[in-house]
Write a protein that binds this ligand. Sequence first.
Ligand SMILES: [Zn+2]
Length: 279
Amino acid sequence: MTHTELEFQFTQRQSDGSLRRGRTFQETFATDKPARETWLFVSPHDDDLCLGAGLLMQAAIAAGVEVQVLVVTDGCLGYCTQEQEAEIVAIRREETYASFAILGAPAEQIAYVNYPDGGLTAYCGRRRARPGESHLQGYVGLQNAFTWHLRRVRPSRVFTPTHTDLHPDHRITHSELMISIFHAAGAIWPELGPSLPAPPRVGELAVYCDFAAPPNLEIQANDAAFQQKLRSVEAYRSQTQIAALVENTRQAGPYEYVREVEFQLYSPRNYRAMFASPE
Ligand SMILES: [Zn+2]
């Protein structure tokens, strides 16, 4: 597949609301060597990323960034007919590989946590694996899996859908991933791999629901990239409502938005001025 005809424009929105248009990929993501970057896209479900980041992923790959994908759930609830129910996990796996291949990410760059679709509540945190249970280094749970994958991939940036999405799998993925970023950069759980030198930057994506606060980056793509995004959505052809979803995506146009997350880390210094006596 050739990406030579793909074009992207970036507009950054500063905290004072002013806009910086026509930014290059390098300026936008503060990197002079995109080919040395690895970005990890963490997706609650296999089809979230083509909707929320189908243009961004193409832009990153075109710039030379190594894009890695981590799909959290196994898609077992995504069946639309009774005949599909027994086969849906295998069907979705093939559709997922086809969809990401259209965006430029081959199957070897896609990993699965493989926890049950719709059942992430039972996998919050980290606990010892029970006998016979699938595990990573003897443990199960999202914080175990995310810390292991973060230390394996060692990304400079991580992207995941916003916690304001209504689906519990999205909310749980977001909250477990955010704490796992700090686990991965810390010294705990050494069996999960060497600690990250620093927490990666985090970007939130919108899939079904709005952002909690306005995004600060717009990605606009040309028609070639937009058509590929539409084809990557259409790849989930086992979904009976896929035509409507493709049409909605088409109507929305070749735009995507990202909200960069700033962690508000506590220090007493943040508050001292509020309580200082007037001189
Ligand atoms: Zn989803």
